[in-house]
Design a protein around this ligand. Structure first.
Ligand SMILES: [Ca+2]
Ligand SMILES: [Ca+2]
Ligand SMILES: [Ca+2]
Length: 209
């Protein structure tokens, strides 16, 4: 155990040596009405950094017709907004994808739309996203930790889908909020750290014999 602990201490010391930052590294504010179709928004990160935590803030509305428009806030239509018929997915520069909102699963039917909301998708949030559309910080359907230890540099794609015509999804903005370190090499995954720790213990046991 002592060796494993020493190794962990070494790993943390290594982390402390590298520069560490947290910042909104990319934003897209291209308003759009998405209805019965798939649309995407690109978030371009211009600097390199090893991701230690990634959150994404998405500002959108899902209202009964008509659309609320680029400056709208409350829903104009009084009817069922069909909140369930949308899907959000974030794809990183290296092609890996994480589902934020799943269709007909994350959100369920509502009697009246919530209007324009800001949802911060964050693995560390206490509450999971859904079942009603609401502003706040929520855990996404998939784990954004999938992006940890990868380079944030490059083009990220937020896919926004609305499954049937009528009651559009409206997109206002998205921001990537990334904590990252700078340095020559990515930090090993916890599983790798644990295996290295076990390996050290094994070597020690073998030396004893
Ligand atoms: Ca995280
Ligand atoms: Ca987080
Ligand atoms: Ca629709």
């Amino acid at each position: 155990m002592r060796h494993a602990r020493q190794f962990a201490a070494f790993a943390f010391a290594f982390l402390a040596c590298a520069g560490a930052s947290a910042a909104v590294v990319a934003t897209n504010t291209s308003y759009g009405v998405i209805d019965g179709t798939l649309d995407t928004r690109t978030l371009t990160v211009a600097e390199h950094g090893w991701i230690t935590d990634l959150n994404i803030l998405v500002e959108f509305s899902k209202c009964d017709d008509p659309p609320i428009g680029p400056n709208g806030s409350a829903c104009r239509g009084p009817g069922d907004p069909f909140e369930e018929e949308i899907a959000f997915t974030l794809t990183g520069p290296d092609g890996r994808s994480v589902d934020l909102v799943l269709p007909y699963e994350t959100y369920t039917g509502a009697t009246r739309g919530a209007g324009r909301v800001s949802v911060n998708f964050d693995d560390e949030a206490p509450d999971a996203v859904g079942p009603r559309i609401a502003s706040g910080t929520f855990r996404p359907e998939g784990s954004l930790g999938l992006f940890d230890r990868t380079d944030m540099f490059g083009s990220w794609t937020l896919s926004l889908q609305d499954f049937s015509p009528g009651d559009p999804l409206e997109f206002f903005s998205a921001s990537l909020d990334i904590s990252f370190t700078t340095g020559p090499a990515p930090v090993p995954e916890p599983a790798t750290l644990a295996m290295l720790g076990l390996g050290l213990l094994g070597m020690r046991a073998a030396r004893r014999r």
